[in-house]
Design a protein around this ligand. Structure first.
Ligand SMILES: [Zn+2]
Length: 285
């Protein structure tokens, strides 16, 4: 049996645009249990966290995420699904990447509320930023003048880096997110974890990959490792199990932490071009 299910419709009558979906009763139950299981950041305006560190703005976005997951499940049951590789997020079929005007001006502040860990965050963010900018045509710039007012409403920087207490190691944002969502949020566990070969710099490399538009690489696995659907993205390279965007626990064997591979850089350069320093070097040679 199938019935129309309307998000937020307590009386199941007020279907807003884009909020209705034709779901089976099993799928409705699936949504309700999924919704109940998803973690939401505990503060006002807190995001829904899926697949470990993907932040969704509201319940509408969460429902769309669930619908994407169902679409994939149906495709697998029906005709099979073409699996992809190093993935850039897409919105409406277009790559979700940093604009020409922004890609060399991804400024950020580091909150002084990190306290005794402030210097470590500054240093490690810079290293993680260089890991991309030394190879790819982007730049992420620390504006220390904003660190004492490093909030999600500070429009003098592109994004803010702040400490939080939550269940993840860290989470970031995608290029199409508005200012209030453009944060790199870090929990205390990120500083010390060795889970799956992770270290603090690797976690930040992975999170900055999201800010450039990259999706999780493991979502293309034939046997899904997480609930994140392999939809709304475009493949840039062949599948890369060692990608910085691949969860360590989803590898075989598990482990390996987070470091970019040559395929990661190839895929990133296909969107953003080569880092200017590399172009200059090759020109001199
Ligand atoms: Zn991630």
């Amino acid at each position: 049996m199938r019935r129309t299910y309307c998000l937020f419709a307590v009386a199941l009558t007020a279907c807003g645009p884009g909020s209705a979906a034709d779901l089976s009763s099993t799928e409705v139950e699936g949504w309700e249990s999924f919704r109940a299981s998803v973690h939401q950041e505990a503060w006002e305006g807190g995001k829904f966290i899926v697949d470990g560190d993907i932040a969704l703005a509201d319940e509408d976005a969460l429902f769309q995420y669930y619908l994407d997951y169902l679409d994939q499940e149906r495709a697998v049951e029906g005709f099979g699904v073409s699996r992809k590789s190093l993935l850039v997020d897409t919105v409406g079929g277009a790559d979700n990447i940093q604009t020409w005007g922004r890609r060399y001006q991804m400024t950020y502040c580091v909150s002084t509320s990190f306290g005794t860990r402030y210097d470590q965050v500054v240093t490690t963010m810079a290293a993680a930023a260089r890991s991309w900018a030394d190879q790819v045509g982007v730049d992420l710039l620390h504006d220390a003048s904003q660190d004492t007012n490093c909030t999600a409403s500070n429009n003098n920087v592109y994004f803010d880096v702040n400490p939080v207490t939550d269940t993840y190691f860290a989470r970031a944002f995608f290029p199409n997110d508005g200012r209030s969502a453009r944060n790199v949020l870090i929990t205390s566990s990120a500083f010390t974890t060795t889970s799956g070969g992770r270290d603090f710099e690797g976690i930040l490399r992975h999170e900055l990959g999201h800010t450039l538009g990259f999706r999780h690489e493991h979502i293309r696995l034939a046997n899904p490792c997480t609930t994140e659907a392999n939809t709304n993205n475009r493949a840039l390279t062949v599948y890369d199990e060692q990608s910085v965007m691949h969860y360590p626990q989803c590898r075989t064997p598990a482990g390996g932490g987070y470091r970019q591979t040559e395929l990661d850089y190839d895929g990133a350069r296909s969107l953003y071009g080569t880092a200017p320093a590399l172009i200059l070097t090759s020109a001199i040679l």
